[in-house]
Design a protein around this ligand. Structure first.
Ligand SMILES: [Zn+2]
Length: 98
């Protein structure tokens, strides 16, 4: 019945040897992981500080059906399939349709 203990010990020794052999690589990988995590934390608030004009290249422009003004989709107010430049245009459009 002590066979499994020997097997377990052998496995533990093998793992220990592998960890010992690759300790520098493991340390480097760990440091890289920590650096990457810090980098990610530093990048997040920086993205918020970027003005919207810089990211307008990848934001789609939508035309307001009320005043025909072109507005970035993330700034526009959506109603069903229409995008309005502002809430006032949306409200005017609703009251006009009635
Ligand atoms: Zn409008």
């Amino acid at each position: 019945m002590t066979e499994w203990i020997i097997v377990l010990l052998v496995i533990l020794i093998v793992i220990g040897l592998v960890v010992y052999k690759y300790r520098k690589q493991i340390q480097t990988a760990w440091i890289m992981y920590q650096t990457f995590r810090k980098f990610k934390q530093q990048v997040k608030p920086r993205q918020k500080q970027v003005p919207k004009k810089d990211t307008s290249n990848d934001t789609q422009l939508v035309r307001c059906p009320k005043c025909n003004k072109w507005t970035p989709q993330d700034e526009a107010v959506k109603l069903k399939t229409n995008f309005y430049c502002s809430l006032s245009c949306l409200e005017e459009s609703i009251t006009f349709n009635k």
